[in-house]
Write a protein that binds this ligand. Structure first.
Ligand code: SF4
Length: 307
């Protein structure tokens, strides 16, 4: 019989999977929650939750994440990732869920010192405080290095079965994965597009020009090559047939054109061309990706290419 119930943040990465298993071993019944946005797909979390046999709640977190990108109180990490505020808000939302569900605590797979900006002792403290959950936020992988939480002091969770992992070395987690029979997990870096430099460049450009109010424009950041032309027109050029079809389907967002009879990409001018010279430049860029167009030199568009 489990003595308590916990809701664990689940990305699908190894640490989030281990957190669930360690807490189960320490006496808890566990469910998991994944926060879905155009920057983070819940697919890996779904797969991991299924393999672990835990119930997964998927929450659309887009509106909150966009607000944080527009104004991150604790700033960005290495790219456009407002990790400290993002994490605090995810945990706060999970906190509201456990109150409704009658659960005892929220947990995460955070490891003290694993990420220099967002998982140092100070950042973990900020997240705990700002989420409003302090004594009910359990980090089972580093728990023995942190203050005991309420479920531990109340004897609902066996603190001796929680761990004291810290730092960037992954060996303890890999050994633990083998012990628990966890074989399927992605590399630790992957998952959130906000941490990718090139994606961050496109997102910042969208924020500075069209703004982040249109969700579909955010989703289109994952499609095609993106350009910002001299008079301010945003241009997306498809990289394959599926992307060309996607841009065509979104033609209501601006002005769609393609390479005509020659084999080449489709393109979308976001909101339409801002000037005739931008439109002419956009056509020349598309021609540079079109076989038989006669435009072979691509150097001319480099200053406008975002990613
Ligand atoms: S990596 Fe992405 S999803 Fe994770 S805390 Fe940072 S911004 Fe949020």
């Amino acid at each position: 019989m489990s003595k308590c119930k916990g809701l664990s943040l689940m990305s699908g990465g190894l640490d989030s999977q281990l957190a669930v298993r360690v807490l189960e071993r320490a006496g808890a019944y566990m469910e998991a929650v994944c926060f879905s946005t155009p920057f983070f797909s819940p697919a890996t979390a779904r797969k991991a939750a299924e393999a672990l046999g835990v119930k997964l709640h998927v929450i659309d977190f887009t509106d909150i994440e966009v607000r944080l990108i527009e104004n991150p109180p604790h700033g960005f990490g290495g790219a456009m990732n407002p990790c400290i505020d993002c994490h605090a808000n995810m945990i706060r939302t999970a906190g509201e869920m456990i109150r409704e569900m009658g659960f005892d605590f929220v947990s995460t797979g955070e490891v003290l010192g694993q990420r220099p900006m967002s998982q140092n002792r100070q950042a973990l403290g900020i997240v705990a405080r700002e989420s409003g959950l302090e004594g009910r936020l359990v980090r089972p992988l580093s728990a023995q290095l942190l203050e005991p939480t309420i479920p531990e002091t109340e004897g609902l969770l066996d603190r001796s079965k929680l761990l004291s992992i810290q730092g960037r070395c992954r060996e303890p987690q890999i050994a633990l994965a083998a012990e628990f029979g966890i074989v399927d997990y992605p590399s630790p870096a992957g998952g959130c597009k906000l941490t990718e430099e090139g994606y961050g460049r496109k997102l910042k450009d969208l924020k500075d020009h069209e703004g982040l109010g249109t969700r579909r424009l955010i989703e289109l950041l994952a499609v095609g090559r993106h350009f910002r032309l001299p008079d301010g027109t945003g241009l997306i050029v498809g990289r394959d047939r599926i992307e060309n079809q996607t841009l065509y389907a979104d033609k209501a967002l601006g002005e769609f054109f393609d390479s005509g009879k020659l084999p080449g990409p489709g393109a979308l001018l976001i909101g339409g061309a801002k000037s005739d010279s931008d439109r002419a430049l956009a056509k020349k860029i598309v021609a540079a990706y079109t076989k038989g167009s006669g435009v072979t030199d691509r150097e001319f568009f480099k200053p406008y290419h975002l990613c």
